[in-house]
Design a protein around this ligand. Structure first.
Ligand SMILES: [Zn+2]
Length: 208
């Protein structure tokens, strides 16, 4: 009797888990159709990096130079009541993904001048991929400019869009101040991902 109950429960869990995976994959399949950029390995790796962040807005970045990936980063706390991470640049309590990726490359001894930065994000509370066609971070511009970054790549649903640093600088001016609300305003609608962790699991499988 007890054994039957256990078997029944296990089956219940098994069936439940299976149906969850199924529904996640169905939604993700539609998402891949709506946002072909999800097929791009750089975009996928940026989202995987972002998934390690804990902020309401999470970002992952990669730096590329001469067709080589030379640095990765995600937005993260660098100064805390109990710890301080060793960083060449400290933007505040936390560093943005772009700057972390560039610092990562510099730590590895790369000359980052002339390199390109890719950055992708997700709004955790709104459960929405941040797909857009403007560069939206006025906070990072002075650092990226000073470090000699050439282009910033922005993810639209179809593909990455290149912005020379001067253009990115102009666009980012509008995002000073109430930047979270403004980023949400320019975020393209229809790219909701309720289960971001599920998406990242799928992306990790594809990456292999
Ligand atoms: Zn930034």
């Amino acid at each position: 009797m007890i054994l039957n109950f256990v078997i029944y429960s296990l089956e219940g869990i098994f069936v439940f888990k299976l149906s969850c995976v199924f529904s996640v994959n169905m939604k993700i399949e539609k998402l891949f159709d709506a946002a072909p950029i999800l097929n791009d390995p750089i975009y996928r790796s940026c989202l995987i990096l972002a998934s390690e962040s804990r902020s309401p807005e999470i970002y992952g970045s990669r730096v590329m130079k001469d067709n080589l990936f030379i640095g990765t980063g995600r937005n993260r706390a660098v100064v805390h009541r109990y710890f301080k991470l060793d960083r060449e640049i400290v933007q505040g309590y936390s560093n943005h993904a772009e700057v972390e990726a560039v610092l990562d490359a510099r730590r590895e001894g790369w000359d980052v001048r002339g390199s390109d930065v890719y950055s992708a994000g997700y709004f955790r509370n709104e459960k929405q991929l941040f797909l857009h066609n403007l560069y939206t971070c006025s906070v990072c511009i002075p650092y990226l400019e000073r470090l000699g970054i050439k282009n910033i790549y922005i993810p639209t649903p179809e593909r990455w869009v290149k912005r020379p640093i001067e253009e990115a600088k102009e666009e980012a001016k509008w995002f000073k101040g109430d930047s979270h609300r403004r980023r949400l305003q320019v975020s393209m609608k229809g790219f909701k991902v309720d289960d971001f962790k599920g998406l990242v699991n799928v992306l990790n499988e594809i990456s292999l």
